[in-house]
Write a protein that binds this ligand. Structure first.
Ligand SMILES: C[S@@+](CC[C@H](N)C(=O)[O-])C[C@H]1O[C@@H](n2cnc3c(N)ncnc32)[C@H](O)[C@@H]1O
Length: 318
């Protein structure tokens, strides 16, 4: 028997509190992973509560199924993309729901599993797909995009100031098939361009982030998912999102702010013509961060940010 991968769920207590989990409630974990948040949510929802947990990675479903087996029928597992949250919930009779959690990004199992290609700490094929069964790989992108497309991707999704030089070096050096070949190339560009003073992260971090976001369509997935997730909530139902990079956090913040406003007309327009009405209330305008203790225990939590909003409409009555 192989041991289940170890994983400490990020901001676990904060997430359970954010969702205001109550016995008998109905919840969705849109990012099952190793099932850490899921098991805490379903436990707090007993007696009588139910949880639908979604993941695009079949390995997550297998590992979490064991962990969640003690909860029997209270847990339903579904393989799929959370951009399809509405159809997945409808297929399993999960509408309305009392809370939905998104714990974005990759799991420690995906990062640590050999062959995933997410990390430049090991030399592996340049893959980076969370769902190993389909879609383009990071190698497909670096070996087929033209220089301008690569530069734009590395700039927009990695916020990397050497994006143009990195793109030029990739095009000159490709085909590139391994994480080490890409990491060494980026390191070389950074060295020749002069590093950022005080920079503590590896020079390839932002390029790898950009490729991972592109390979998995991460921003598009969360933007589409939030729009549909909101429609699944019953009155007072909550959406909690834990994100790990500023682009995702910005998408969540913008969505919550827009839905919490009664008017989205341009600020200089004297009379409102938009007919927009607030449907969500932000639980706090301030983002929550992990405690220093948690970051010391689990360094992967250091960039986590949690945002929470609550539905203020009764869709059943509408
Ligand atoms: C950070 S991990 C979640 C860890 C989990 N909360 C736990 O306690 O173990 C994110 C998980 O979400 C999945 N995931 C990321 N984006 C997804 C998407 N768009 N659709 C479905 N699953 C996704 C990943 O495959 C990964 O297993």
């Amino acid at each position: 028997m192989t041991a289940a991968p170890q994983h400490e769920p990020v901001m676990l207590h904060e997430a359970i509190e954010a969702l205001a989990v109550r016995p008998g409630g109905r919840y969705v974990d849109a990012t099952l992973g190793l099932g850490g948040h899921s098991s805490a949510i379903v436990a707090a929802a007993q007696p009588g509560g139910r949880l639908l947990a979604i993941d695009r990675d079949p390995r997550a479903i297998t590992v979490a199924a064991d962990r969640l087996a003690p909860f029997g029928d209270a847990v339903v597992l579904a393989r799929g993309e959370f951009a399809d949250i509405a159809s997945i919930c409808d297929a399993h009779g999960f509408r309305p729901v009392d809370g939905i959690l998104f714990d974005l990004g990759v799991s420690s199992m995906q990062l640590d599993a050999p062959g995933g290609g997410f990390s430049f700490q090991r030399d592996e094929p340049l893959d980076m797909r969370m769902d190993p069964d389909g879609g383009v790989t990071a190698a497909d992108i670096v070996n087929t995009y033209d220089e301008a497309e690569l530069a734009a991707l590395i700039w927009e999704l990695g916020e990397e100031r050497h994006s143009r030089r990195i793109a030029r070096a990739i095009v000159a050096r490709r085909p590139l098939h391994s994480t080490a070949s890409l990491a060494n190339l980026v390191e070389g560009v950074a060295r020749r361009s002069g590093g950022k003073p005080g920079e503590r992260i590896h020079p390839a971090t932002r390029t790898f982030q950009a490729l991972r976001i592109a390979v998995n369509g991460e921003l598009d997935q969360i933007e589409r998912a939030l729009v549909d997730a909101e429609t699944l909530l019953g009155p007072g139902g909550r959406i909690a999102v834990i994100s790990f990079h500023s682009l995702e956090d910005r998408a969540v913040k913008t969505f919550f702010r827009d839905r919490a406003r009664d008017c989205v007309c341009p600020p200089r327009q004297p009379v409102c013509t938009c007919d927009h009405r607030a449907t969500l209330r932000e639980i706090s305008r301030k983002v929550s961060r992990p405690t220093d203790d948690e970051v010391a225990r689990n360094p992967r939590s250091r960039s986590a940010r949690l945002r929470v909003a609550e539905s203020i409409v009764d869709r059943a009555a509408a």
